[in-house]
Design a binder for this molecule. Structure first.
Ligand code: FAD
Ligand code: MLT
Ligand code: ZN
Length: 444
């Protein structure tokens, strides 16, 4: 995004939990700030050293330790790349319960630290459910071994949950056990064109009704997002005509014929009721991959012209896309959005995980400009607050959203969060030494 530039004089690459523990103990004693770093693909600047922090990069801790091919529990190091972990379980008939566009670079530890949502959240749910156990090194070097491989374990507070989504502010995750579901042998993908957001909502309702347990993804893309992907990739779009909205629907099940029949019944219903204007169903694995590309490459292509202001929001579905229209109107009125180079903004784009009420509002710019930022903020955050939405549905707070937490969380909640941070990573204050070594300047 050309947005964050870090400063750092030292990067450490530990190869074992013991090394992580010794690093943190030393840094805590010497009051040296530390930034845990996974694949460095996070979108809110969480892995960037802001002033002079020591980067602890987890890439050498990348072993897969064990896999239970009856129960589906995978035990692996935090520095394993998501795609590598998924390939490992795929060979054994299972799937990693998370998938996202950055899978080739991001680490499973980074995924858990950000509580990443991704493309199949609709089917497999949150990492709060899939992570069964964790080993984590606390800021003073203590190793917390909670490497449970059980699904059920109601013996006291579930401490590992605190580290899921903590973005490296209370400890470094070193090892994980993750419950992997059975991989579905039959996968189908349909790519649909729709005339309005209202129709996209109808299509989602129909998809749930017709496809229920085999529905594994329901993604939304607006016309502008697809125009930008086409402009960068210079490839023919899967649908001949342009439509205001597109949905990518994936089904994953155990019986190809049965699933295809369900998908056909769904398509017949939405086509004959005029919910969907046009559509295509992938005929083989390579076409499935190619249809997914038109969704997965949206974030990368949007940044092509210079930069992007990113908002990752959750709003009740009925109102979800209105924010894109309102932002477009605001930027146009302010004389900031236009076709030619004199305008800093080239488009306000909406896409995302409609099945999870999670929209990515991205404002693509030719250059970063204070006037654009002032038009967007706090407007976007106030808009979301009014609808009781979330200002960060899946990307987290990091550096980018830290100052805006109040739009989604009340004072009592933020106060308790600060107490938790201080409990694990004390910043004593009152003239006493300030530790608070773990990923400072971020989160809360
Ligand atoms: P990093 O970026 O290195 O770090 C992220 C944060 O976690 C930082 O605060 C860091 O300090 C901390 N951290 C990293 N490793 C550890 C550890 N072992 N212990 C403690 N803290 C740690 N996100 C979604 O939720 N859904 C998506 O669909 C999605 N799609 C994406 C698509 C693209 C093309 C890109 C570039 C990003 C996407 N993301 C998405 C962002 C997503 O958060 C990250 O890709 C991923 O989860 C972060 O993993 P990472 O290993 O790169 O972590
Ligand atoms: C996505 O769903 O593609 C992502 O979360 C990435 C992004 O918004 O940039
Ligand atoms: Zn996303």
């Amino acid at each position: 995004m050309h947005k964050y530039r870090g400063q750092c004089r030292l990067v450490l690459k530990p190869a074992s939990t013991d090394e992580v523990s010794r690093i943190l103990r030393y840094c805590n004693d010497e009051m040296l700030a530390v930034v845990p770093q996974g694949g460095n693909t996070g979108l809110v600047g969480g892995s960037v050293p802001v002033f002079d922090e020591i980067v602890v990069n987890m890439s050498r801790m990348n072993k897969i330790h064990s896999f239970d091919d009856v129960g589906g529990c995978l035990v692996l190091d935090a520095g394993c790349i998501l795609e590598v972990a998924d390939q490992f379980v795929a060979e054994r008939g299972y799937v990693f319960p998370l998938d996202l566009g950055a899978k080739g670079s991001c680490h499973v530890g980074g995924n858990v630290a950000t509580n990443a949502g991704g493309l199949r959240f609709l089917r497999y749910g949150s990492l709060h459910g899939s992570v069964l156990g964790m080993e984590v090194v606390l800021p003073d070097g203590t190793v917390l071994d909670d490497m449970c491989t059980l699904r059920k374990n109601n013996t006291g507070y579930d401490l590992k949950q605190l580290f899921i989504g903590a973005e490296g502010t209370i400890g470094i995750i070193t090892k994980l056990s993750v419950l992997c579901p059975q991989r579905s042998p039959a996968v189908n993908v349909a790519f649909l064109g729709l005339s309005s957001y209202q129709k996209a909502q109808q299509a989602f309702r129909e998809a749930k009704a017709h496809l229920s347990e085999i529905l594994s993804a329901f993604e939304l893309m607006d016309a502008k997002s697809q125009q930008l992907v086409r402009a960068v990739r210079k490839e023919k779009h899967p649908l001949d005509d342009e439509h205001p909205f597109y949905c990518l629907i994936e089904t994953s099940g155990s019986n190809g014929e049965h699933d295809y029949a369900k998908l056909e019944a769904f398509l017949e219903s939405v086509m004959s009721n005029d919910v969907v204007s046009d559509g295509i169903v992938a005929q083989d694995a390579s076409q499935i991959k190619s249809l997914w590309t038109w969704r997965e490459s949206v974030p990368e292509c949007i940044g092509h012209w210079g930069g992007v202001y990113k908002y990752d929001v959750s709003i009740p579905l009925s109102d979800m896309y209105t924010i894109v229209d309102d932002v477009k109107a605001r930027l146009t009125e302010a004389g900031l959005l236009g076709e030619t180079d004199e305008y800093p903004v080239l488009g306000a784009v909406g896409y995302g995980h409609m099945g999870d009420s999670n929209l990515h509002l991205n404002v693509a710019v030719r250059r970063y400009d204070k006037k654009v930022e002032q038009a967007l903020e706090p407007f976007v955050y106030e808009w979301i607050e009014k609808r009781k939405g979330s200002i960060s549905a899946e990307h987290g707070l990091g550096l980018a959203k830290k100052n805006f937490i109040k739009y989604s969380r009340n004072d009592t909640t933020v106060g308790l969060m600060k107490q938790i941070k201080h409990l694990y990573d004390p910043a004593l204050g009152g003239g006493l030494p300030q530790n608070g070594i773990m990923n400072p300047y971020k989160y809360i």
